[in-house]
Write a protein that binds this ligand. Sequence first.
Ligand code: SF4
Length: 69
Amino acid sequence: MKRQSKNICKWFHCCPLKRFYEEGRLDKKWVEDYCWSNNPDCVRKKMEEKGQYHPDNMMPDGTIDEDMV
Ligand code: SF4
């Protein structure tokens, strides 16, 4: 738990991936590799910070997961 709060992405509280994960629908690797690692390579993060639209079902690597709605 400590690791989660230390390196957590600042957008996690309002990111749809948090909800998908909490609903048990998202592979944990996404939150571990990106959200809980505050990974600067997250495409969602980059687009968020530029104010660019990105759909809720876009994964941190920019791929679209059609199962996530
Ligand atoms: S998906 Fe990206 S923007 Fe969303 S919480 Fe994870 S690292 Fe942050």
